[in-house]
Design a protein around this ligand. Structure first.
Ligand SMILES: *[C@@H]1O[C@H](CO)[C@@H](O)[C@H](O)[C@H]1NC(C)=O
Length: 450
């Protein structure tokens, strides 16, 4: 989060454009309208997209952008950035023009759709957030509500992950909480997730000049969609902490302390293939949801009493393709066949069945998911590949050398040697995901059951 002397930056933009054309750039936010729905229908909201800060040029505010704050080896200029706060004072994040969004960052909006291209001249992968206005994120309060979007997964091979997820960031990107953060949501700052990362480029009003900060940045995360053409999952990652939370020590759940942290890093998720239903989701005629064509993904947050004040006890998944409503597949393991959604019952029974850890329950189960969805969450988007585990936790055998006949180890049909990001960059640079027609509203309001 953080940083940047945006006020200074704005001053420079106002004064500087005529003096320094091309060096300091006004931030453009690609329009990405969504729809808010209820039983009377849907109304359009003029929301926008903003790219996150990790791929942005960081430059010295003292000389109108002539000097970068980073060194060529990826470190930081020792004079401008002796520490994170000083760096935040001395350096500004560059804005991105409409043309750069498209050409450099492979991020394009058309009508109500958002596309990410995997490899462009300037970068690999993409990420960003949904803005309500130019300097505030769109906040979603999801108890007793549903969230829907159309997606085209046909151009995402094994190993890729096109994701749309809720995170409990701060609405202004952290400007009020951390006064040294002068750029805020307008520059995509304020990121946090349930992995309690120590290596975010910006956090808590400072630039992460150390690379690995002592504090980790935690918050509630609900992955609505992590998927490619061969596997899909949705996962809740609750945290016993509230909101944007800086962890220290054990709380961060680093390494061997994974199950001692404030957030559930594994999460409780639902992936049809991993639940032993091998012909539900995929890219040929064998599958119920055929990822060669676009489809709609609906996630419903059902409360115990059917009201907005109840507790969310179930996160339900429904697909719609070619006008046909498709209920989520059921678990295909003995004793668990009644489950086809995320709930306390599913998470606890599945953990018991596989003998896995149940950090989901330890951090507070569905109740903490419900509380965070009630307080309000932001939407994040990303397209990425996985240097650590080649995305096999999503679409193949994981760990790759585990016994694939053991429940919980086979997550999709992709092979153990698939998903190396270098291979994906070399052989699938044109991989693309397109999200469109984002809608949210009361249960049943975003799609037709005909
Ligand atoms: C679809 O793909 C799966 C996984 O590769 C394969 O097992 C299956 O035979 C294919 N079905 C058809 C009809 O091609």
């Amino acid at each position: 989060m953080i940083c940047l002397s945006l006020l200074l930056l704005l001053g420079l933009v106002a004064v500087g454009l005529s003096q320094q054309p091309g060096t300091i750039v006004d931030e453009y936010h690609p329009p990405l309208p969504i729809q808010a729905c209820d039983s009377n229908g849907c109304v359009t909201e003029d929301t926008k997209f903003v790219m996150g800060p990790s791929r942005r040029y960081l430059y010295s505010v003292a000389d109108n952008g002539q000097t970068g704050c980073r060194t060529s080896d990826g470190g930081f200029d020792p004079v401008l950035c002796p520490d994170g706060l000083t760096c935040a004072e001395n350096c500004a994040l560059i804005g991105i023009t409409q043309q750069q969004y498209d050409e450099w960052y492979g991020t394009t909006t058309v009508g109500s759709s958002l596309s990410f291209r995997w490899v462009t001249e300037a970068t690999v992968g993409a990420d960003g957030y949904l803005l309500a206005t130019d300097d505030r994120y769109k906040v979603f309060r999801m108890k007793n509500r549903e969230f829907a979007f159309d997606v085209d997964m046909s151009q995402l091979p094994c190993g890729m992950n096109g994701a749309i997820y809720f995170v409990e960031m701060e609405e202004d990107g952290g400007m009020a909480s951390y006064p040294s953060n002068k750029a805020g949501a307008a520059y995509g700052l304020g990121s946090c997730d349930a992995q309690c990362k120590h290596d975010l480029p910006f956090y808590a009003g400072q630039v992460n000049v150390e690379g690995y900060a002592e504090e980790g940045v935690c918050c509630f995360e609900f992955d609505l969609w992590e998927a490619n053409a061969w596997a899909a999952s949705y996962t809740t990652h609750g945290c016993s902490s509230e909101g944007y939370y800086l962890c220290t020590g054990l709380e961060c759940g680093d390494g061997d302390d994974r199950y001692n942290g404030v957030c559930d890093k594994d999460g409780c998720g639902y992936n049809s293939f991993a639940m032993n239903e091998h012909f539900f989701y995929g890219a040929n005629d064998s599958y119920v949801v055929d990822t060669r064509r676009p489809f709609t993904v609906v996630t419903q947050f059902i409360t115990n009493d059917g009201t907005d004040n109840g507790d969310v006890i179930q996160a339900k998944r429904i697909y719609v393709q070619d006008g046909v409503v498709i209920e989520n597949s059921h678990v295909n393991y003995p004793g668990l066949e009644n489950y086809n959604s995320v709930s306390d019952g599913f998470c606890n029974d599945y953990a018991a069945f596989t003998g896995g850890m149940n950090h989901f329950e330890e951090v507070g189960g569905m109740k903490v998911t419900s509380d965070a969805l009630g307080r309000g969450v932001m939407i994040a988007f990303s397209l990425w590949a996985d240097y650590g585990s080649h995305m096999l936790w999503l679409d193949g055998p994981f760990p790759p050398d585990s016994d694939p006949t053991e429940p919980g180890h086979l997550n999709g049909p992709c092979s153990a040697d698939s998903g190396d990001p270098n291979d994906l960059i070399a052989n699938y640079p044109d991989s693309t995901i397109t999200f469109s027609n984002i809608k949210y509203g009361t249960i049943g309001s975003t799609f037709s059951r005909k």
